[in-house]
Design a protein around this ligand. Structure first.
Ligand code: SF4
Ligand code: ZN
Ligand code: ZN
Length: 311
């Protein structure tokens, strides 16, 4: 029988990258230490500061919500209802039910109500950009706007080590040095209208977070977003999983090595000057922000549609 590396009771899991086996109790201790150390090391937030948490309904964000709440942090969830059919219906329900059962504050931003269009409707009108790129720009914009109007200074997400290594691999393969400059578990606010962004789960793998969710019986949506099939990051994850299988610790070394040895080499590549968008006043590097450009295009296409029907 495999024994827990820490207390010698029967183990329930083996973490190959740490070359350690844990019983349930010691796994929870390992998990808490990883998160607490991340929060402390990067001075992410403290217990009296309200933290806005992006809640997608997936295992990472739901587990982070559960963890931060039970550790005594002041968390307000924010969920974007993207209007992606059954997927959006289920993820919203999971977030709402969880908030209700733990009496937690949750803000829902439904795209169809806030901007008048769902992600599939926008993607149908703007075909030269991937749905994920449009979705990312819109969510970032609405998030910054909400955080600014409601005086949140910090925004947390459930990104884990698998997400971070996949992003890193993509950025390195394409030498996107400006993105490399911004790849960090804690990003300071670049503008008074934008919160700082933190990732308390950055040192935990998907597998470890799944174990936590299982132990704590945390509900989450298991179906992936149907539009994610086109996301390149899934290919990078697959490639990294293969490397990890034959050489446990590859992801850990890749990402932590980057943070320790290479990240500062790119810091000057990420310097940007932000000014107010000429339409909405939110921060942007260009005259018109990405969100306003998307909305202009969506409205143009809508007009095209009306004209072609009346001709
Ligand atoms: S997979 Fe793409 S479209 Fe789906 S929620 Fe994520 S970013 Fe949006
Ligand atoms: Zn133990
Ligand atoms: Zn704008």
């Amino acid at each position: 029988m495999v024994k827990c590396s820490r207390c010698k009771k029967p183990a329930f899991t083996k973490l190959a990258r740490h070359n350690a086996s844990f019983c349930e109790e010691c796994f929870e201790l390992f998990f808490s230490r990883q998160v607490n150390e991340a929060i402390k090391k990067y001075r992410m937030f403290h217990k009296t500061e309200p933290v806005l948490l992006g809640v997608s309904g997936g295992k990472d964000s739901m587990s982070l919500w559960h963890y931060l709440h039970r550790s005594g942090y002041q968390v307000v969830g924010i969920h974007f209802d993207l209007g992606i059919g059954e997927y959006s219906y289920l993820s919203r329900k999971i977030a709402e039910d969880f908030a209700q059962s733990y009496a937690l504050p949750l803000q829902i931003i439904a795209l169809s109500e806030t901007i008048g269009y769902s992600i599939p409707q926008i993607a149908q009108r703007i075909r030269h950009r991937s749905p994920c790129s449009l979705c990312g720009s819109i969510k970032r914009y609405l998030l910054n706007q909400f955080a600014f109007s409601n005086h949140f200074t910090v925004y947390a997400t459930g990104h884990n080590l698998d997400d971070e290594t996949a992003t890193l691999l993509g950025n390195v393969l394409h030498w996107q040095t400006d993105y490399l400059a911004h790849q960090n578990p804690s990003l300071p606010s670049p503008h008074p209208k934008m919160p700082r962004k933190v990732k308390p789960f950055y040192s935990l793998t998907e597998e470890e977070i799944s174990l936590y969710a299982r132990i704590k019986e945390i509900p989450f949506i298991t179906e992936p977003c149907p539009l994610s099939k086109k996301a390149k990051s899934l290919n990078y994850k697959e490639a990294l999983n293969l490397l990890e299988k034959y050489s446990p610790g590859t992801k850990h070394n890749f990402f932590f090595g980057f943070l320790e040895k290479a990240s500062q080499l790119f810091s000057s590549h990420g310097e940007v000057v932000l000014k107010g968008c000429e339409i909405c006043g939110m921060p942007t590097t260009q005259k018109t922000c990405s969100f306003c450009k998307i909305m202009q295009k969506v409205h143009e296409r809508k007009d095209d549609h009306v004209h072609s029907r009346t001709e």
